[in-house]
Design a binder for this molecule. Structure first.
Ligand SMILES: [Cu+2]
Length: 147
């Protein structure tokens, strides 16, 4: 990751950046496959994420949706997580470096795992409304060994 300067400009350029990224990301090693439906994490009352842990592989997506109640989602330590995750959709613009998409809209946030880490990484998230009382985790699978 480059610098703070880059982070601050991400707020305004995020949308454009993402669309460029979606179109431009392809390597000679892997042909692009059609995107599968995103995995789904529901927020409900009493405050909980269901499921609270989701595994992602490179290219997979996860969507945070409100089932009942009022919730938001904050990806913790986004500065590190954004090396592997990108925001595909946010009901409200994320605030970098710690993105928060708090809204009463049904779909809050959709992330795509754009890159696999060399070692498994786990990314914690909490609710903007219920804080540490409503925690969850994304487990990012490590890249498959090169052949
Ligand atoms: Cu909540």
């Amino acid at each position: 990751m480059k610098s703070r300067l880059l982070s601050s400009s991400l707020v305004t350029s995020l949308a454009a950046f993402l669309w460029v990224g979606v179109g431009a990301v392809s390597t000679s090693a892997q042909p692009p496959s059609p995107p599968a439906a995103p995995k789904r994490i529901s927020a409900a009352v009493p405050p909980a994420w269901t499921p609270s842990t989701v595994e992602l592989k490179e290219g997979e997506r996860v969507e945070f949706v409100i089932q009942s109640g009022s919730h938001g989602v904050v990806i913790q330590n986004w500065t590190a997580a954004k090396e592997f995750l990108e925001v595909e959709f946010a009901a409200q613009p994320p605030t970098f470096p710690e993105p928060a998409a708090a809204t009463s809209a049904n779909a809050m946030l959709r992330l795509r795992m754009k890159k696999a880490p060399a070692q498994p990484v786990s990314v914690d998230f909490i609710c903007t409304v219920h804080g540490n009382g409503m925690k969850g985790k994304l487990n990012l699978n490590a890249a498959a060994p090169k052949k």
